[in-house]
Design a protein around this ligand. Structure first.
Ligand code: NAI
Ligand code: MG
Length: 479
């Protein structure tokens, strides 16, 4: 793999300015490679190649053939699972078992959307006598994809799977902090025989390659996952060119525990939903809301579990790895320091394993008790292994609290009462609500996306295919 090149029109080429960016392993802080630093000139070539592909062989390909290519890529990913797992773990610092899940998930994305490509049917509409109306679902055209560093491989599948299945030609700008798996996955895609220009990959900086892509006048849709701040810039660019965008901007997702819940089961899931990927997950369950009557008892159990958490380098396969970068480490430690200054008590803290390199970007997993409802720990996305516990009085208080942030991505509700399960599911303003559970192993089939500032549009499942297509109404007058 020559990671310093970009992939345009079916060819690996050097970026126009020949520049590169260093890649660093978060577990050690050491340099592990270089990637291309693409710029506007490269993005322009990539968009042109995608446009030609869309108007040419790729756009003409039957849905069943597109589906076969996607399915073949899924298979190819599984054949290379070990290599991709090692690469993803090294590049992001995530524990090996999590990296392996991610690689299985990216394979599933291509299998799922490979199977779906020829099942995307249109509709007919009963209309006036003498008329027949068809709704065709057509691809958008050239789609732009800007993805983050927390799940590079999964994001590759999550965003490209439905776009390609629907017949779009894609330009992908992965994150500068971690994108080696995206480069390797693009190589595999080239090997299975996607036509030239169907997939184009231009690594680079957000403010260079990313901004050039989102503001390019010849794209038809932008799909973005990342920070709310950049989400605003993306929407401004989209507005300039009157193109739609799908935005996934993170969350402050609650896990809500009522007194009648199965506490043992809840605790395991609550901890896993926070520490997965060291808290750097858009859907991390970063607030635990606990009914007051069981608060002390539940916190004792949760703290016991939290104390046993270990962070360490990816190859040790512990509960947490490092966070992605020095910048992110400082950001997360900043939250911890401000909480200390505000006298918010730490209920339990895990440990950074003694074998961890001093150069790695480690943060101890931390559980805070009695976090005030207006504190940043209760409202803002930390994107690190930090859990905020907050008591609530009753069901209506739980609902108020659950909805009391700017975000609305996902939620978990723990209760044995069937009626309450339904009431909570309806009252919570979030794109996904889990009852007696949280998250679902990638959840490829499950529509996913935000309410409020968590973003808009839907990814995953068949909903994503709708986002990457547009309805065309054709009216026949056969009177
Ligand atoms: P970011 O939003 O800057 O990066 C995400 C992607 O956007 C990257 O590919 C980046 O190159 C690109 N980008 C950055 N600036 C751009 C611009 N001006 N135009 C176009 N593309 C641009 O996120 P960052 O700085 O890596 O993380 C900051 C915080 O954002 C995190 O601490 C976390 O709270 C949140 N975040 C949320 C994610 C999620 O999954 N929803 C993923 C990553 C970050
Ligand atoms: Mg940024």
């Amino acid at each position: 793999m020559n990671s310093t090149q970009i992939f345009i029109n079916g060819q690996w080429v050097s970026p126009a300015n020949g520049r590169v960016l260093d890649m660093v392993a978060p577990s050690t802080g050491e340099k592990i490679g270089t990637i291309a630093r693409g710029t506007a000139a490269d993005i322009d070539m990539a968009v042109k190649a995608a446009r030609r592909a869309f108007e040419g062989p790729w756009g003409q390909m039957a849905a069943v053939e597109r589906g076969r290519l996607l399915s073949r890529l899924g298979q190819k990913i599984l054949e290379n699972e070990d290599e991709l797992t090692a690469l993803e773990a090294l590049d992001t610092g995530k524990a090996l078992k999590l990296a392996r899940n991610d690689i299985k998930a990216v394979a599933r994305y291509f299998e799922f959307y490979g199977g779906a490509a020829d099942k995307l049917h249109g509709e007919t509409i009963p209309f006036l006598n003498g008329y027949q109306v068809m709704i065709l679902r057509e691809p958008r055209g050239v789609t732009a994809h800007i993805i983050p560093w927390n799940y590079p491989a999964q994001m590759f599948g999550r965003t490209l799977g439905p776009a390609l299945a629907a017949g779009n030609a894609a330009v992908l700008k992965p994150a500068e902090e971690a994108c080696l798996s995206c480069i390797r996955l693009t190589e595999l895609a080239a090997e299975v025989g996607f036509p030239d220009g169907a997939i184009n990959l231009v690594p680079g900086l957000g403010e260079e390659a990313g901004a050039a892509l989102s503001s390019h006048p010849d794209i038809d849709l932008i799909s973005f996952t990342g920070s709310p701040e950049v989400g605003i810039l993306i929407q401004k660019s989209a507005a300039e060119n009157h193109v739609p965008c799908v935005l996934e901007l993170g969350g402050k997702s609650p896990q809500i525990v009522f007194a009648d819940a199965d506490h043992g089961k809840a605790i395991e899931t609550i901890v896993a939903a926070l520490v997965q990927n060291t808290g750097q997950t858009c859907s991390a369950g970063s607030r635990v809301l606990i009914e007051r009557s069981i608060y002390d008892q539940f916190m004792t159990q949760l703290s016991r579990r939290f104390k046993n958490l270990r962070a360490g380098p990816h190859e040790m396969d512990l509960d947490c790895g490092p966070v992605i970068s020095r910048v992110q480490q400082e950001r997360v430690l900043g939250f911890l320091e401000r909480a200390r200054a505000d006298n918010i008590e730490i209920a339990a803290q895990g440990e950074v394993h003694a074998a961890s390199s001093d150069g790695g970007y480690f943060v101890p997993p931390t559980l805070f008790r009695l976090v005030p409802r207006d504190h940043e720990l209760a409202r803002e996305e930390v994107f690190g292994p930090v859990l905020a516990a907050i008591p609530f009085d009753d069901e209506s208080d739980a609902i108020r609290l659950a909805n009391d942030t700017d975000f609305g991505l996902i939620a978990g509700v723990w209760t044995d009462s069937g009626a309450r399960q339904m009431r909570m599911a309806k009252a919570i303003r979030a794109g996904q609500v889990y009852i007696n559970g949280y998250g679902a192993g990638g959840g490829i089939e499950l529509p996913f996306g935000g309410f409020k500032k968590s973003g808009h549009g839907r990814e995953k499942g068949f909903e994503a295919l709708r986002e990457f297509t547009v309805a065309k109404t054709v009216v026949f007058n056969h009177g």
